[in-house]
Structure formats: structure tokens, C-alpha cells
Design a protein around this ligand. Sequence first.
Ligand code: UDP
Length: 332
Amino acid sequence: MTLDLSEGLEGIRRNLGNPDYHGSRFLVTGGAGFLGTWLCSFLVKQGADVLCLDNLSSGLRENVSHLEENPRFSFILHDISEPIHFRQNIDYVFHLASRASPLEFDKFPLEIIRANTLGTMHALDIATEHGARLLFTSTSEVYGNAGIFPTPETYHGNVHTLGIRGCYDESKRLGEALCLAYLREKGTDVRIARIFNTYGPLMRADGVYGRVIPRFISQALNGEPMTIFGDGSQTRSFCYVTDQVEGLLRLLYSDSAKGEAVNIGNDKELAILSLAELIRSATGSSSGFNFEPLPEDDPVRRWPDISKATRLLQWRPKVNIETGIASMIQKG
Ligand code: UDP
């Protein structure tokens, strides 16, 4: 089984059934990033009107170039940390805008805090003004170095405020609190996705943007040593992008999810060293492993409890890691 972009979009549609997207207008902040591009592509394909807002800090204009001729799609170059108003009606807001790679946390902490706090307030203001439903993309990082596995939404977290990840973790936590404050004070219809590690085509492998899977694939394909941080015993649970996008759409459309935070991720836990071995064998590479120091506050384990998503959204991830990685290798 292999997957590509249009097949991936078609798979999401099949799994979701066919809600009517025609006549609905979506604002997607961070719409030219990895997940944003998948969402915008899906929504435009289903007949929705899409306002894709991005300041291109980590997103790429070329990601959405295939959509730009479509009259239902508009690209808006704007930083959501600054206020913005829309004359058109807006029905749904996906607030995704934020740098998300740990290698960026060191270089751009203020920008990250602004996007998730001021940016979230501005997105919430737009949703409130238009009577739109808003989905905030939060993160497994709100749990920090978690102490319960698999980690349920009821776990309140173990975050090192002063550490290198503090800018991301704490601003996402405040973003969540802001969503609930708007719901309580202004009645804004909000829901929160706690996204666990997600991967797939369109994810960047370069420089500070690179997350572990695209980095390992690029290193393996180029015959370079694969950089394993620590001894590789730390774990993550990797969700393929089509599963993630389907989960996000189900959460947005669920009438029972108002004010709820829901883990969206794959529930198969994998050690980073095993991931490296899997990618090396899938690429047929003879790359060696370079063990480098573990970055500060790198969580030891990350493994979501997804029973709430299963119960509330009738959602489960379907793509296993071997299939997902094969699809990324094919894309180069
Ligand atoms: N990692 C690694 N080598 C790399 C990049 C990342 O061993 O070149 C490890 C990293 O230390 C972490 C895991 O892979 O334990 C996932 O890293 P990623 O940057 O994808 O995101 P995180 O889950 O840490 O936010």
C-alpha cells in the first residue's frame, strides 16, 4: 500500500463521509505550513472557500501554489500576532499558526509566544465577531515530560517553564486557557486539538525546521550519518498526516466537542532508535548512526491515550508507520 497527496485527500474524504463544504468559508492561520497545506488542499477540493493566512515564517508559499488559481482560495500574507479584520463572513477558523520544531524554540521564542497568545486572541476575536467555530491546534507538549502513560487529557502536565521548550509549551497552554476564557466570557464556540507528533509528505527536512522523520529520511537517502540524540531510547508516537487531518476535521465538526481538549495522535509508541533502524531499512541505506547529546528537556516518553477521540469523534488512526514512511520515501 502506498499513499500520495491526492490519494491521501481522497482517503480523508472517504473516511469522513461527505459533509457539505460548499458555501462555507474557512480561515486557516498557518495555512501554508505542513498541516495547514493539507487542510487547505482538502477544503478547497471539497468546495469550501478558504482564506489561507500565513506570515511564511516556517510555512512556504510554494506549498499552496497549486491552489492559487482556484477562485475559492485566497492567500493572505499576514502575521496573526497582529490584529486583522475580514469583511467576508467566516464560518470556521482553524488556528494553526506557530513555529513547531524544537530547533526553532531556541532561535524564535518571542515569535512563538506571540503567535500562540496574541495570535490566538486575534483568531478568537475573529471567530467571536463572525460567530464562527474555532479549532485551536494545541500540542502534546502541554503535558511536558509526562508522568502518566498513555497520557489522557485529564493529566495536567509537567512542564519546565524556564527550559528551552517553555516558550512553546507555556504559550500553547495559555492558548488553551484563552480559548476557554472566550467560551466562558463571550460564548465563542471553541475546541482544542492536542496534536501528537505528526509526519507525512510536505513536512520540511531542512535546517531548524526539520523534525525527526524527515531528517532521518533525508540523511538515510543521502548516505549521511543519522543523528540520534541521546541513546535513542526516548519514545514518540507518530501519526500519519491524513489520519491527523481527518481527526482535526472530525473535531471541528463535532457538536459535542465545544470547550473540549482532545488528544489527536497515533497510539503506537516507538523508540527513536527503532525509528532510525526502520527508516534505514526502508530506504535500503547503509548510513551509520551518530549519537549526539540529548537536547535539554527532550521528553522521555510520549504516548497518547486516544480513547476520548475514539469515543467523541469515532476516530482512530489507520496508517501504520511502515506505510507512512514508505509514502514519504517515494516523495523523495
Ligand atoms: N531526534 C533525534 N535526531 C534528530 C532529530 C530529533 O534523535 O535529528 C529526536 C529528538 O531528540 C526527539 C525525537 O527525535 O526525542 C523527536 O524529535 P522532533 O524534533 O521530531 O520533535 P519532538 O517530539 O521532540 O517535539
